[in-house]
Design a protein around this ligand. Structure first.
Ligand SMILES: Nc1ncnc2c1ncn2[C@@H]1O[C@H](COP(=O)(O)OP(=O)(O)OP(=O)(O)O)[C@@H](O)[C@H]1O
Length: 640
């Protein structure tokens, strides 16, 4: 594949020979309609080989950078130097001196029950938080204040009042300093609620629109508490004199306080980047582990200290089986993209991690779940992992942000390439993310775009880890401004300046659509999402109409027509995504009072938390979990 792309790039070389030129001329026969009859305005077709086309320099960059494999570059990560000796003999307890830490960015210590922050360092601050004008760092957009208008509903017993600004308490002083360095001036709605809820020790299921700051929603309160109180005291083999023989072999085990599970490597890497920012100068050292990458270097890294662990489930299971990680010090379990983490693909691995290892039980830890979508059946299943939780919804569950202008175009399959080229030729600035349904299609389409002289690259589950990292890096830094992706890039990725998301193939599930288009219009910025629709997508038409109407978007007539055409009414009607806390819809049985706290209308409701059975079987295969390919989306979902 790499060779093929290389060849194609060579074909685009400025010094191509005549035969290549002719060959390319034949292949580059397309001229977008709006540019036809305009002289010199489009060099993609019939162009001379003088190098005048606008994309060649980008390709050369792409080519030249093929050795740059740091996905983390430009986001503060990947620049850390792990050059001090490993820390061993981790012991919990407030009277223990933690540190010095082996990374240059978290130089604090936890001494005698108190955090002593490390010194400030301009260079590291630039590395972690970027310069104000640096476009590779997300800055909040013109519509950021509009988040305040979104109705918020928090249901459950004794919901704490929201905060209105970043203050100490409930947030820790050092955390506040780091929030300021990140240039966050006020909390987003999900953060306003999650901070006091988590500070009160409550479990939480939080549903908020894409790009509205859920990562901070779980990092700020969990880090604040940990900065203040230090790690949970646990007995380790090193503590037990009788056990000195065992300790020789187990001293390399690490005992994180916070475990964050997310479905893809890219997403856990991004969470790790965010954690590094907010852990700056603290006693806590964040780590990341994911499949598809050398496990021994990840083991070496976590052995240097691992207080916050962002992990894909498959790789974590592997480390647990190897005895490299203990979960007995866990205070916070976070499931990011929780509905994805609890769907059929991941549920057995999550159960194994949570129920079949040494993690404290549900009453002895705080469990937090975040997503933009929460289907009702997943809400029911999630109860197994939660205790007396608060359900928080910012806007309607599963709704899309009004910062995203959604356009649905009727395009027959055969015309998709042609229409896509029209759109891409007309677009000027910003990054474009194109979603297709299969890995093969991702390659085919990105190759096609490259041949049409568009600076494209692709990401999907069949590409190697370094290829995936490189593709994202090229996209993030605008060296390849078009990324063709499968659903592997649908969730969570926060890439600044993605101005356009194109659903070349619509997904079959409306929640996937919500996550995909949410790669644009983030942090109060605006964006456009275009979808190619035809009768093959009729299964999604009703949900699409609902989504568009809710977000005050235009609903084209053809959608209404297709919806009327011979569609059997859905049983129960509408989307599978719950519109709110499912307990409110099932509040007839009794079992404890709970109520809601709504910022939009002061709504109050009393009910109970019903019991129910998970739709999925517990347990799973007898095969070791690490061998089941968990955490590797490609092995779970061959179309990714
Ligand atoms: N309080 C804040 N002020 C300004 N920007 C913020 C704030 N909180 C978060 N952001 C920024 O908003 C962007 C989106 O945040 P984040 O990635 O946490 O969104 P999300 O809700 O998790 O989205 P998704 O559902 O797609 O995962 C990030 O670039 C983040 O740095």
């Amino acid at each position: 594949m790499t060779e093929q792309i290389q060849n194609e790039m060579n074909n685009l070389n400025l010094n191509q020979n005549q035969s290549q030129s002719q060959q390319n001329d034949q292949r580059r026969s397309y001229i977008p309609p709006h540019l036809r009859n305009r002289q010199g305005s489009y060099q993609g077709s019939d162009s001379d080989s003088s190098g005048s086309n606008r994309y060649n320099s980008n390709f050369n960059n792409y080519d030249n950078n093929s050795n740059s494999n740091s996905f983390f570059r430009g986001r503060g990560a990947g620049r850390s130097s792990f050059n001090r000796s490993p820390r061993t003999g981790y012991r919990g307890g407030r009277n223990v001196n933690y540190g010095p830490r082996p990374d240059h960015y978290h130089t604090g210590r936890f001494i005698d029950g108190k955090q002593v922050p490390g010194p400030r360092n301009d260079k590291i601050e630039l590395e972690l938080f970027g310069a104000v004008e640096d476009p590779t760092y997300q800055s909040s957009g013109i519509n950021f204040d509009n988040y305040d208008e979104i109705p918020v509903e928090a249901t459950g017993s004794n919901v704490p009042d929201p905060i209105t600004s970043f203050t100490s308490p409930p947030l820790d002083d050092l955390l506040l300093e780091n929030v300021k360095l990140a240039r966050f001036t006020k909390p987003t709605p999900v953060q306003k609620y999650s901070v006091p809820i988590i500070a009160a020790g409550r479990d939480l299921m939080a549903c908020a629109q894409t790009g509205s700051g859920k990562t901070g929603g779980f990092l700020f309160p969990t880090l604040s508490e940990s900065f203040k109180n230090g790690p949970r005291p646990v007995e380790t083999p090193q503590d037990n004199q009788m056990n000195s023989f065992v300790s020789q072999f187990t001293s390399s085990k690490v005992y994180p306080s916070i475990l964050i599970l997310a479905p893809t490597r890219e997403l856990v890497s991004q969470i790790f980047d965010e954690a590094k920012k907010f852990c700056y100068r603290s006693w806590m050292r964040p780590c990341v582990v994911y499949g598809g990458s050398d496990i021994s270097s990840q083991i070496k890294n976590i052995q240097r200290g691992c207080d916050i662990l962002a992990a894909t489930p498959g790789r974590l299971n592997d480390l647990l089986e190897r005895g490299r990680v203990s979960l007995k010090a866990i205070k916070y379990l976070v499931l990011d993209e929780a509905d994805r983490m609890l769907d059929m693909g991941f549920e057995p691995q999550i159960r194994s991690i949570v129920e079949q290892n040494d993690m404290p039980g549900v009453n002895d830890r705080t469990t937090l779940m975040f997503s933009a979508t929460f289907p009702k059946d997943i809400q029911v299943l999630a109860r197994d992992f939660l205790k007396d939780y608060i359900f928080l919804s910012v806007g309607r569950v599963g709704s899309t942000s009004e910062n995203i202008t959604q356009r649905i175009i009727y395009v027959d399959d055969n015309d998709k390439n042609s229409v896509l080229l029209d759109i891409l030729s007309a677009s000027e600035n910003g990054l474009t993310l194109i979603f297709v349904e299969t890995k093969k299609m991702a390659d085919t389409l990105s190759n096609f775009l490259i041949l049409q002289q568009f600076p494209a690259t692709s990401i999907h589950g069949d590409r190697s880890q370094s290829e995936r990292e490189r593709a994202l890096e090229m996209f993030r830094t605008n060296k390849a401004s078009i990324l063709v992706a499968t659903a592997v890039a649908a969730r969570g990725l926060d890439i600044p300046n993605v101005t356009h998301v194109i659903n070349y193939d619509l997904p079959t599930d409306i929640d996937d659509y919500v996550h995909r288009i949410g790669r644009t219009g983030r942090a109060g910025n605006t964006g456009v999402a275009t979808a190619f629709f035809n009768r093959n997508n009729r299964n999604i038409v009703r949900d699409l109409i609902d989504i568009l109407s809710e977000a005050n978007q235009e609903v084209p007539d053809f959608l209404l027509t297709v919806n009327r055409e011979g569609l059997k009414p859905k049983r129960g009607g509408g989307r599978t995504t719950g519109t709110r806390d499912y307990r409110r819809q099932n509040n007839s049985s009794n079992g404890g009072n709970w109520y809601s706290n709504s910022s939009s209308n002061g709504w109050n409701s009393f009910g109970s938390q019903p019991s129910g059975q998970s739709r999925y079987q517990k347990g799973g295969s007898s095969q070791p979990l690490s061998q089941q390919g968990y955490g590797n989306p490609s092995s779970q979902n061959s179309w990714w």
